[in-house]
Design a protein. Structure first.
Length: 334
């Protein structure tokens, strides 16, 4: 699990995972949106708006309305982000996705990342930040090289910079350009929004932004592999990743939101071979996905369609043929 790309009142609707994108179905399972639909890169960046992803692999690829092939090749794209109802991306030296492409300020250096936030776009380059408010740029050069723009919250942007021992997260004022150095660590996750505060994990220790300083809240008992957040009707919900899935983080025990056992095959024919590869390794071919995080996969399906229980050494071609036959049998009931 890597990132929440979109959400609604019931929780996340799109996720970026280690096997591609997944999209929540109405029955609680998640449809696999496979890397074969773009350039085959399963470790890409992505953004989603209006139920259509833009994936940044070797190039940028925008999904059609039905999300099946063909996807539109946008050429060389170096960064992408989504707001409430729009996607913006950086192509060459231009910000694209609005009414007209906008030339980026050269003073920020090579663009690395961007955030769409409350009607503005904040772009990070190696040498600084630029803020687009709709008609002009505000530019804040920075002394330390920026690795990545991690979060924009109100007047503040949080960026990661390299140090001799790892990474530091700095807070940059978007109204004055003032920089406040933050926590350092070999590994930093976040910051993300958790209620009224911003939090991060620095080398496994929780740090909370309180007033004008970061407060050490102690070691995290869980082995989190990523942090993210998404907007809800009640504010921002922080989430954390473990190897088995995605969890909501709050004052109590983490609550599971998604588990890989919920992933179902794509309806796109181009994804069949990817599904045989990923599901075959997990022993899922011929099974039905769980429809809730605590559930288990069901199968083998009726009619003897379990590839996982088939003879050893079954080649991918035979497995694909059997999977397609199983899917044709069960599609009318989906």
């Amino acid at each position: 699990m890597l990132e929440v790309l979109a959400a609604d009142g019931a929780g996340p609707t799109w996720l970026r995972t280690s096997v591609g994108l997944v999209r929540r179905r109405t029955d609680g399972a998640w449809e696999h949106v496979c890397p074969a639909l773009w350039d085959g890169n399963d470790r890409m960046l992505a953004a989603v708006a209006e139920d259509r992803p833009l994936v940044l692999g070797g190039n940028g690829y925008r999904a059609p309305v039905d999300r099946c092939e063909p996807w539109t090749d946008l050429g060389d794209v170096t960064a992408v982000a989504a707001g409430a109802d729009e996607i913006r991306w950086v192509a060459g030296s231009r910000l694209v996705g609005g009414e007209e492409p906008v030339e980026l300020p050269g003073a920020i250096g090579t663009p690395t990342s961007l955030v769409v936030d409350e009607g503005r776009v904040v772009v990070a380059g190696r040498s600084g930040l630029a803020v687009w408010g709709g008609d002009s740029w505000g530019v804040w050069p920075l002394a330390d090289a920026v690795r990545y723009l991690r979060l924009v919250r109100g007047d503040d942007a949080f960026v990661s910079t390299s140090t001799d021992t790892g990474v530091r997260v700095d807070q940059v004022s978007l109204s004055s350009g003032a920089v406040v150095p933050g926590p350092e660590g070999a590994t930093i996750l976040g910051p993300v929004r958790r209620g009224a505060h911003s939090v991060l994990l620095a080398d496994g220790r929780w740090m909370r932004r309180s007033e004008a300083e970061w407060v050490d809240e102690g070691e995290a008992p869980e082995p989190w592999t990523c942090l993210d957040d998404y907007r809800t009707d009640l504010g921002w919900q922080a989430v954390g990743c473990r190897l088995d899935g995605l969890y909501a983080l709050g004052d109590g025990e983490p609550r599971m939101l998604f588990r890989f056992t919920q992933i179902a095959p794509s309806a796109c024919a181009a994804c069949d071979r990817d599904w045989v590869h990923y599901a075959g390794e997990a022993g899922w071919l011929g099974t039905e996905p769980a429809t809730r995080p605590e559930g288990e996969r069901r199968g083998p399906t009726a009619g003897g369609c379990s590839v996982a229980g088939g003879p050893a050494g079954l080649g991918w071609g035979a497995a694909l043929a059997l999977t397609l036959r199983c899917r044709r049998r069960r599609r009318p009931g989906r």
